[in-house]
Ligand binder design. Structure first.
Ligand code: GTP
Ligand code: MG
Length: 221
């Protein structure tokens, strides 16, 4: 599902994006501190979003690896920046799974440390090509999301908003949420002005997200 503004993808684009993600993805590094990031290799993309929005699930969907990134019913599962790459194959792309933000129950100190790590990484990583900011299709953009969008806008880091858990709302609401979210981000300076709707559970929008990522990599390489 795409908004009316979304440029359609050709079958060739969908197919070559599928191939781009086909290799065996591996976990390569975990960082809890900004001074402990892995050396930069090729191009990086990162998945950010509130706790439990479905970041790790979406990465598993993109890479077709059920348990590459660990997921959980309870928020606060991912507690580090986790880096994934197709080691020994096509190593041009690194995918970064991030801790969720906006989740209070893990304790104030941890939340503050994660928030700092997320913001420092997002504004300071030279090979970060695009950030995918995940928003729950049932809830839309919240204030905590706004703070992250603000960081990205200020640092001029390109990002795209992706709605998750599209299966959890009615079909008739999917287009509405995508359009409403697009209206909220379209004037933001660093936002890519298209919103994708996905469901990791049903595979909805995953081939399109792969194709969107492939376009970014091709444009910026
Ligand atoms: N219905 C539905 N549930 C989903 C979908 N994607 C993820 N979930 C569920 O949402 C919960 C959180 O998923 P995660 O992928 O662990 O979320 P996360 O954003 O990585 O969470 P943190 O690491 O805690 O920040 C799990 O119970 C998933 O099964 C989806 O597409 N549809
Ligand atoms: Mg996670």
């Amino acid at each position: 599902m795409t908004t009316s503004t979304t440029t359609p993808f050709t079958e060739d684009e969908i197919e070559s994006a599928r191939k781009l993600f086909e290799g065996p993805w591996d976990f390569v590094w975990a960082s809890t501190r900004i001074d402990d990031l892995p050396p930069m290799v090729g191009q990086e993309i990162a998945f950010a979003g509130r706790s439990n929005v479905g970041k790790s699930s979406l990465i598993n969907g993109l890479t077709r690896r059920n348990a590459l990134a660990r997921t959980s019913h309870t928020p606060g599962r991912t507690q580090q920046l986790n880096f994934f790459r197709q080691v020994g194959h096509d190593e041009r792309l690194t995918i970064v799974d991030m801790p969720g933000y906006g989740y209070a129950a893990v304790g104030k100190d941890k939340v503050a440390a994660w928030t700092r790590l997320i913001h420092d990484y997002l504004r300071g990583r030279a090979n970060l090509m695009r950030v995918y900011v995940l928003i729950d299709a049932r809830h839309g953009i919240k204030d905590v999301d706004g703070a992250v969008l603000e960081t990205l806008d200020k640092a001029a880091v390109s990002y795209q908003v992706v709605l998750t858990k599209g299966d959890a709302i009615k079909k008739s609401d999917q287009q509405f949420m995508a359009e409403a979210t697009y209206d909220e981000i379209k004037r933001r300076p660093a936002a890519f002005p298209e919103v994708l709707l996905t469901s990791s559970e049903k595979g909805l929008g995953i081939p399109e997200l792969r194709a969107a990522i492939a376009r970014v990599l091709a444009e910026k390489s």
